[in-house]
Design a binder for this molecule. Structure first.
Ligand SMILES: *Cc1c(COP(=O)(O)O)cnc(C)c1O
Length: 502
């Protein structure tokens, strides 16, 4: 299977090249030229497999230049019971809210307690194998812009992986104290963490610019290094996410919630559009998905886009209690637009260019109606997010984090508006303890807030009795290693300095 750039039809690469490079030279994103199609028989054959078995099947259909052994090795190393606290790294919880059934797909049982582990525990293995296939022994330099969770998950995935170095930038005031502490205490000899004075979009723009600056790449090449990306624009990030939607469907069939062939809806709390795009790709492979419900917080640029066909990032940026979704430029949307424009690199390029120059573009009527047909967009502010956490906990003793609560709330809005009761899989993207302050304020508004984030974890635990994930419980005793802060427009020199090649 070969991959195209969304912005240049002549750029055709293998899976290993797509993963090793991360982003295409022209700035476009790599997309598969076609999608494998699974029928009922294929899905039936997946029912008796465990998560790893299902993952191996999906990976082997997309990574045609990897051997079965290579894929097995990557999957077996990534999804261990030790790292994910059980044999199913993505278990489901079933609960009810005001009579609506919620099928919650918990994607946060990995080492950093957010869903990004699902991809970032396997990406380093895919990447080192890809580099061996495509490169003459260059070391990979991973640059990451993070709104909080990617950074820690990438650091944890890449720590001490041979022939890699990783450098993470986060917005200085844009992540939770817990996220900051998780990153600044990161262990490993090949890691570096730096805050930037700006928001996530500044960080992401900065990283993209460094990637595409020829003189920087040349400097790396002279020193036997090359850039690669662990951001959700890397194909090696997206593909692992396709697996859990397919696996969740199988688990729903196995537990009798649905029958094989029944349709489901998916609800995804969305930031960079990676997670929901993975569900869309699962749909293209034949997974019977009726509606893709895209849930945003007050940064509701995607809600507006889905409803009007106009993407307009010229608006106020809100810092919310679901910070991993505080994003105004959703990079992975480009991949959807490419598909919906009939794989047109020209059209995709023109929209992306307009986004860069005017901060805004409008898609064609055809694309608009296709988006409306498949997607539903909704949003929910911080107040509603907290109310949702409280209602769900009070009614069914289920404690969810702020991002998941946004999804639950938008799902309620969807059902109220449409009456569509198709069973819905709701992606739960973080442990509630990762956002203890907001979750505690939500479930116990009368409680006096403890001083530190760690005390909030303890208080939340004693009130709710929900177990604290081991990686968060152990964080308290770790000492900080990183404290650098830099201007957004000085990221490039920071990178060269950190690599020792100014
Ligand atoms: C990254 C993240 C999201 C957003 O996912 P995208 O793939 O960027 O849309 C949602 N919730 C949490 C907790 C996250 O870490």
């Amino acid at each position: 299977m070969l991959y195209n750039s969304t912005q240049n039809a002549n750029e055709v690469v293998s899976a290993a090249q797509a993963i090793a490079q991360g982003i295409s030279k022209d700035g476009g994103l790599f997309v598969p030229q076609e999608f494998p199609k699974y029928d009922d028989e294929t899905f039936n054959s997946l029912l008796s497999l465990d998560y790893k078995g299902r993952a191996k099947k999906v990976f082997s259909d997309f990574l045609s230049d990897f051997t079965e052994e290579e894929i097995s090795e990557c999957v077996d190393k990534a999804y261990t019971s030790e790292k994910f606290g059980g044999t199913n790294p993505a278990p489901m919880s079933f609960c009810e809210l005001d009579g609506k059934k919620l099928n919650i797909l918990e994607l946060w049982h990995g080492p950093t307690c957010a869903f990004k582990d699902m991809a970032l525990q396997i990406l380093p293995h895919l990447l080192t194998k890809s580099l061996k296939k495509t490169n003459d022994g260059k070391d990979a330099v991973i640059l990451v812009a993070t709104s909080g969770d990617t950074g820690k998950a990438a650091l944890e995935g890449f720590k001490d992986v041979e022939h890699t170095k990783i450098l993470v930038f986060y917005p200085v005031d844009g992540v939770s104290p817990m996220q900051k502490h998780q990153m600044n205490t990161q262990e490993g000899g090949n890691v570096n963490v730096c805050a930037i004075k700006g928001n996530f979009d500044d960080a992401q723009t900065g990283v993209k610019k460094i990637f595409t600056t020829a003189e920087v790449s040349a400097k790396l090449a002279q020193n036997n290094m090359m850039f690669s990306s662990a951001n959700s624009i890397n194909w090696g990030r997206l593909l692992p996410q396709v697996v859990y939607y397919i696996s969740a469907y199988c688990d729903m069939v196995n537990s009798g919630k649905i029958k094989m062939g029944d349709k489901i809806n998916v609800v995804v709390p969305t930031g960079n559009f990676g997670n929901i795009l993975a569900s869309y790709y699962a749909g293209l492979m034949g997974l019977p998905i009726n509606k893709f419900i895209c849930a945003s917080n007050s940064n509701n640029v995607l809600t507006d886009f889905i409803r009007t066909g106009v993407y307009d990032k010229n608006r106020a940026f809100h810092t919310t209690i679901s910070p991993s979704m505080d994003i105004l430029v959703s990079s992975n949307l480009e991949r959807l637009l490419y598909m919906l424009s009939g794989n047109s690199d020209e059209i995709t390029k023109s929209w992306m260019k307009a986004l860069k120059t005017d901060g805004k573009y409008e898609v064609s009527e055809e694309v608009k109606s296709e988006i409306k047909d498949k997607f539903y967009g909704g949003y929910c502010d911080d107040k509603m997010t907290k109310t949702t956490i409280k209602r769900l906990f009070d009614q069914d003793s289920y404690l969810c984090d702020t991002h998941t609560a946004v999804a639950v709330n938008v799902y309620e809005q969807y059902v109220n508006e449409t009456g569509d009761l198709t069973p819905a899989v709701i992606a739960s993207t973080a442990s509630p303890y990762k956002f203890s302050r907001a979750v505690l304020e939500a479930v116990a508004p009368e409680c006096t807030l403890p001083e530190t984030e760690f005390d909030m974890v303890d208080t939340l635990n004693s009130i709710t009795k929900a177990p604290v994930p081991a990686p968060l419980a152990g964080l308290k005793d770790k000492t900080s290693r990183f404290s650098d802060v830099t201007e957004a427009d000085e990221m490039q020199s920071y990178v060269l300095g950190a690599l020792g090649i100014e």
